[in-house]
Write a new protein. Structure first.
Length: 68
């Protein structure tokens, strides 16, 4: 984890929010902190999932066009 990401989570951890949605998001970010910013510390790790989504699109279209 880079220092900027670590600072982000250090700042986020002690905060609390009035909104249930904001608090749920804060808790989810903290819970998944080790996985969320993997792409920052490693070259070649995409920040999005476009490659996987595009790869499965063709299969999904094929499945819709065929019976079974």
């Amino acid at each position: 984890m880079t220092s900027a990401v670590a600072r982000f989570f250090e700042t986020l951890a002690p905060l609390s929010f009035r909104s249930e949605a904001a608090e749920a998001l804060r808790q989810r970010l903290l819970k998944n902190r080790d996985k969320l910013f993997t792409f920052v510390g490693h070259d070649g790790v995409p920040w999005n999932n476009n490659n996987a989504e595009n790869a499965i699109k063709r299969f999904a279209y094929y499945r819709e066009d065929t019976v079974g």
